[in-house]
Design a protein around this ligand. Sequence first.
Ligand SMILES: Nc1ncnc2c1ncn2[C@@H]1O[C@H](COP(=O)(O)OP(=O)(O)OP(=O)(O)O)[C@@H](O)[C@H]1O
Length: 659
Amino acid sequence: MSEEISRSTAIEIVESSGNGSRNKRNGYYGDGVFLTWEDLWVTVSNRKKGSTSILQGATGYARPGELLAIMGPSGSGKSTLLDALAGRLGSNTRQTGEILINGRKQALAYGTSAYVTQDDALMTTLTVRETVYYSAQLQLPDTMSIAEKRERAELTITEMGLQDAINTRIGGWSSKGLSGGQKRRVSICIEILTRPKLLFLDEPTSGLDSAASYYVMSRIAKLDQRDGVGRTIITSIHQPSNEVFQLFHNLCLLSSGKTVYFGPASAANEFFASNGFPCPIHQNPSDHFLKTINRDFDKDIEEDLPEGRIPTEEAIDILTKAYKSSDIYEQVRSQVAEICKQDSEVMEKKRKHARFLTQCNVLTRRSFVNMFRDLGYYWLRLVVYILLAVGLATVFLNLGTSYRSIQARGSLLMFIASFLTFMTIGGFPSFVEEMKVFERERLNGHYGVTAFVIGNSLSSAPFLVLTSFIPGAIVYFPPGLQGGSQHFFYFALLLYACMLLVESLMMIVASLVPNYLMGIITGAGIQGLMILGGGFFRLPNDLPPPFWKYPLYYIAFHKYAYQGMFKNEFEGMRFENNQDGDEILRNTWQVETGYSKWVDLTILFGMVIFYRFLFLVIIKITEKLKPMIIAFLSVPPKQTTQIMAATSATATPLQEQRV
Ligand SMILES: Nc1ncnc2c1ncn2[C@@H]1O[C@H](COP(=O)(O)OP(=O)(O)OP(=O)(O)O)[C@@H](O)[C@H]1O
């Protein structure tokens, strides 16, 4: 490496180190976040392949007012480094090394950091304004007035250049809405509402053309010095154009987990040139860097390798060794040491997001709007239910009170209690979309699982009432089921409880399976078993005791649904030949008549609460277990850093990191 480069780089870094909170480009950032990491290793264990290092001894820093870009070929470890710094690594990874915030092992208060993921998990039915405004209400503290929150949302939308699309719906698979670049910007808007001092972005320009990429990146770059507060921005990026590259202060170049270069972006070109890899004239430097260190296609090009061209593996080796022995590396290490020595503040730990009740209220309203606008969530189901109800009403029209009507009534009630409730599964894909948004927001600490469960339960209630009462009425009266408003009310209420139950069951399934197809199969399988063991297809006394009777019959909600419906229908009825409904209940259907139908209904509502509580527990357990597993797998405790949840019951991996 030429002496000039190392000197110029050294000057830049020495000037920028000083007391650790002043740098040449950006002046004083006393209240910003300095992030340092030293000798960071991330390994994954695989039973077949053993353990593999996906990040090998990374050392670096990120400072307020600066934009650090992490670059490298696909699979080089960019997202892994970003995740490690943000405390989001998967539980199958092991991590060693030290990550410090302002030179300390300390907590990141809520709102201090934000993470924009690669996928845009947004509610497709909401407009840009609604998306950002709802998010502002969820995240910003109650000390801010509604007008202030609205103003913050509008300002952020303008900052991201989305004012022209403010009333456009996000759109998704069912309807065209925003472009890919606009969606990326909405995702960024949401995460910068709290004005975080530390911002992680995972490939914010993926899928964008070069003009859109520049637009998005320049907006992000402008954030680093807004409001006179120095923001620390770390972004992974695939292939920046020349213009985008100019926006970076520092560059971290990775190849197969190894650091090929970490230092000022402006000095990277000279580093490559001085080590025998000059950038050809007219070639974009970042393209040149990536081309030099990308060995994915080595085998294909081996034979056509131009004379004198060094194989990629060797090039990477030369560069990593050159970097390790360079002054730049020494300067980075001393910069890290300087930052760690500085007399920095402990980050603010006060909880500052919206109150729990505000979150429940906002989530209920947002979810209601989404359910109302998404035709697949409830409306389509309502139409299908009505058609089915009409079908049932005609098939079972005017049953009368003959002996044969006993069997027909049983079949009709059984079909309603199992198949109509089973079809609640139809809203699962829409629920999974909502869950994706919830998962992103929960990981970023916007709110907790309890607020989500309450919001979802309240917002779905009116739709479920409609879907149980309208088709319920259509199917109840034409066949001539037991008259009286009390009987119909019980019937519709029981249908409502069953639909709630299936929705709750599917919530649990959604929290356990990776995608909605598996969810539908699992949910349908569980319900199929429950229907079979519910005591209709085989009467309770005929059910084989192991598994089917004990425990399935007692835990299947269908048992209580059938029995409640049967009691509601047959109790007090008289059929031809003076046959008593109560006797039919006991002898023909083997219903437990020792307790009232209202007990069955209460059990069903109890199950709803239990299922929703179970969902909450599962999410909480995975949330709590993950860091514990990571901690258990991590090695020596001395080398671990803990960025604890500073604030809340909604503590998330972003705030609660075990490194
Ligand atoms: N939790 C994990 N378990 C197993 N392997 C993993 C895990 N996380 C990452 N890897 C592997 O580590 C390597 C680096 O992954 P990473 O996602 O960090 O790469 P990347 O540079 O961000 O790639 P891309 O640009 O394609 O997103 C990949 O080979 C990936 O398969």
